[in-house]
Design a binder for this molecule. Sequence first.
Ligand code: SAM
Length: 214
Amino acid sequence: MDDTYKHKGLRKKLAAEIAARGISDDQVLNAIASVPRHLFMDTAFLAFAYQDKAFPIDAGQTISQPFTVAYQSELLQVEKGDKVLEIGTGSGYQTSVLIEMGAKVYTIERQKTLYDKARHFLPSLGYNPKMFYGDGYKGLPSFAPFDKVIVTAGAPFIPEDLTKQLRVGGIMVIPVGNDKGQVMTTIIRTSENSFEKTELENFRFVPLLGDKAW
Ligand code: SAM
C-alpha cells in the first residue's frame, strides 16, 4: 500500500477539521497531516482512514479517533526530545504522532498480537519507539523519570506507579472513569510530593485492563 498525493490531501483536510474543532498547536496539526493513518488500519477500513472516527484493530481494540489523539497530544505540551511514556500502543498511530512531534517514545502494549504487529510495522515507516509487551499499570520504573506520560485507554483510577514515574514539572494525560465514559484528566507533578489535577472533557475509550480493571 502506497502513500499517495490523494492520501496526503485527505490528511491535510483531516488536520483542518481537527483545527476547526479547537486544536491550535501547529506541532500537533502538522503531525496529523504527516502520519499516514491509512497504513495503520485493516484493509476493510481503508476508505475511512481519514474520517475523524475510531475504528477496530486486532484483539478487540481500536485505533483512536484522530481528534482524541490530537487532544491528548496537545495537552502533553511535547517539547523536542521529551521522554514520553505511552500506555497502550494499539496500532501505534498515537505513538507515531508523538514521534513526529519530536518525542522519544517508550510505549507499552498488553495485547501480544498488537505488540508484535507494531514492533514490525512502525520501524518500516521510520518510527522507532522503544516498545514493551506488558502491563502498563506498572509503567517502566527502570527507564523513569519521564517528562510526559500518556494513557490511551480508560483507567478506573490514576495509577500511582505512573505518577511516581513523572519528573517534577512533568505532565500526565489520562482518561479516568468507567465503561460508560471517562473524563480526560491532566496531572502535573509540581514537586516531589505534590500533584495538580485538572479534569477536562468527556471521552469514551476501551478500558485499561489489568488485575484491577473494572
Ligand atoms: N493510541 C492507540 C492507537 O492510536 O492505535 C489506540 C489505543 S487503544 C484505544 C488502547 C490500547 O490500550 C489497546 O491496544 C489495549 O490493548 C491497550 N491496553 C489496555 N490495557 C492495557 C494495559 N494494562 N497495559 C498496556 N496496554 C493496555
